[in-house]
Design a protein around this ligand. Sequence first.
Ligand code: ZN
Length: 164
Amino acid sequence: MLADFARTGGVGVLKPGALLDDVSGILGPPVAADCFPNARKSWPRTFRYGELRLEVCRCRVIEVVALSTWTESVEIPAADGAVSAVVPTITFADVKEVFASAGARWELNEFPAVRSQFAALVELDPVGVRFTFHVPDTGATDQGGATLHTAISRSFGHVCGSGA
Ligand SMILES: [Zn+2]
C-alpha cells in the first residue's frame, strides 16, 4: 500500500490525476467528506474512501490524495470493493525500506523550528508525495522510530479550467 504511494502517489486506481468517475466506476461512489455537510456544493470538493481523502476539482480530476495513519485503524478500499485494514503504526525506518524497494527517489525535509516533525518528499513528476512523520521523543537522535502521520500526494500536471 505504501509502496503504491511511493510509486504512484496513490493506492491502486486512487491517485492524483485520475478521474473521479473512473474511480467510482471501479470502487463505487465515494463518501462526501466536505467539512460542512450543508455547505453549497461547490468545487473543489472532498471525498473519502476509507481513510483515503480525495480533493477533486470542478472537472472531476483528483488533485490530492491524502492518507492519515494516526487514527486507530486505517481502512483502505481494494479494487474488489473489499476493505483492508493496515497497521497504523508505520515508522520512518519502515517507510525508508518501502522507498528502497520501490526505487523511489526521496529527500528529507526538516523544519529546524519543529523538532517533533519532519517529512520525506518523493518527486514523481507530475505528482509530489509528502510523507510527514511525528517524532514521539524529541530528544531522540534516531529518526527511524518516528511514526508516519500522513501521506499526501498532489498532482501538478492538471491546470484546472483547461478542459483537460
Ligand atoms: Zn480541474
